[in-house]
Ligand binder design. Sequence first.
Ligand SMILES: [Zn+2]
Length: 273
Amino acid sequence: MTTPLETSAQYYGHEANFEFMSASQVKSFIGTPGIQACEERAVAELNGLYVRPESNALTIGSYIDVMLTGTEDEQYAFRDAHPEMFSSRGSTKGQLKAEYRSANDMVARAFQDRDNGGIFMRSLTGEYQKVVTGEIHGHRFKGRIDVLGDGFITDLKSVENVNKRYYNEGWWDFVGWWGYDLHGAIYQELVDQLTGHRWPFYIAALSKQVPCDIDLRQVPQDRLDEAMERLTPSALDRIAALKSGEEKPKRCGRCDWCRATKVIRKPRILEVV
Ligand SMILES: [Zn+2]
């Protein structure tokens, strides 16, 4: 039997996360240059013992998604689900609170591009939040694609700064740092299994700077292929064995979960630095 994935509650639900792997799940197990991998935290998250801290950034991202690609009904539903974003009294009642107001500027920036003849909004034309499933190295995968266009795939991202470089044993752009190339590679593969076409992968990015920057990047095919190579059969087998409890997860010793659950069994010798 297959878990239904139609609603977002089903898609992100416990059962679906056990039955299917996904780009973000794989990232929490194997990490990216900017995301610390921690097997024990990833397993704890699956079991509901660890909950990722809520952040404004995530809420702003979802707000932009729904304002640029959602129906009017979805936009109303989003407002109902996120009362914390809107002022509840005074002359600003019903408007976005100050800390979320930049989200409106980001949405407006996308429409400004369209009004000036830009193609940013065209990259967001297609089926929204399209759920795709398939198999990679014998493991079932699910993906929820922001936009499945006619001949292309687009992920809409709100980023700090589209030109920022990050350092971790080498320099990375935001795509590599956050593992968006891995998302693209998985989406492309699942869409290929569905349609028989390997479509290009774009990232439509809006920055949180004032004024907001706008960018449309195509992730080159060799980078998608490279990302796919990181999903080796043995890496996926290991994740499956950790999910089923056959293998014991390793602690990274550096993340918030490890910090919160550490037990002192003996003193550590202070290392000379
Ligand atoms: Zn850890």
